[in-house]
Write a protein that binds this ligand. Sequence first.
Ligand code: FE2
Length: 300
Amino acid sequence: MFKIAGKAGVAVAGVGAGCLAYAGLYEVNAFILRKVQVPMLPEGADPIRLLHISDIHMVPGARKRQRWLAELVQLKPDLVINTGDNLAHRDAVAYVVAGLGDLLRMPGVYVWGSNDYYAPKFKNPLKYIAGPTRLDDKKTLPWPDLDREFKQAGWIDLTHTRETLAIKDTRLGFRGTDDAHVEQDHYASVAGPIDRAECDVSIGVTHSPYRRVIDAMTSDGLDMIITGHTHGGQVCVPGYGALVTNCDLDRGRAKGLSRYKVGDQETWLHVSAGLGTSPYAPIRFACRPEASLLTLTRAG
Ligand SMILES: [Fe+2]
C-alpha cells in the first residue's frame, strides 16, 4: 500500500517538476501574435489595424522578449496601443526602448500600470494563483524616463485624458485612466457620454480591467475597452482556462475579446495576456505570452 502511494507520489512530483520546467524554460518565451477582428466601425470606413502590447515587464536580460517585440514592427500597424507594466527593473528603460525599436516611429497611445511605478516584490511563483500581486511601494521605477522617450516619439499618454486621432478618415475618440490595481484610477475626470460629433468610435484604455472602471466606461457607451494586467491568468489549466485574473474581472475574460454588458449598454472588451511576467514568477503554463493585432472592421 505504502509502496504504491510512494510511487504515485514520486510520479506526481515528477510531472509537477516537468510542468514547472516547461513553464519556466519554454512557454514563458513562446510568444504568439493573436489576431482579432472587431466589427465596430461605421459604414464605409476602411479597416484599422491596432497593435495591442501590454505587460512587457522588461528586465535587462530578457533578450528573447526584446527580439520578438522588435519584430512586431513588420506588421505595420496603423496605431500601437500600450496598456502598461513596461518595467520590472530600474535599468529596464533602455531595453524597453530598444525592444520597441521602430514601433516608436509609428503612432502610439499608452497608459501606465502599477509595475511601471513600483518594483516587483519577491513572491513564491507558485503563489501567483493565491492572490493579488505585490509591489514594493518604497522602490520606485524610472517611469518618467520612459515617459520622456514615449513623448519624444510622439506617443500620446491617455492617463486621465481624452484624445481624438483620425486614422484613415475615421475619428477614434480615446479616453484613459491610471491603474486601478493601485487605486490611482479617476475615471470621473474623463467620464461622460460619447460626443458623436467629435468622434466616430470611442475607445477606453486602462491597465487593469477592474469592474468599477470598465463598468463606468461601458455605461458611458464606449464602443471598445482595451486593457492588460491579467497576464491571461499566467498559470492556466488546459481545458479549463485561467484560475485568476488578479482583479475582480471574471476569469472567463482573463484574455481575449468578449462582449461586456452593463444594464442595456454593451461594449467590446479586449484583454491582453501580455508579453512578460514578474521576474519573481517567470513561468507561464497554458497561457502563452502575446501581443494582439486588432483589426477594426465595419460593424455590419
Ligand atoms: Fe503585469
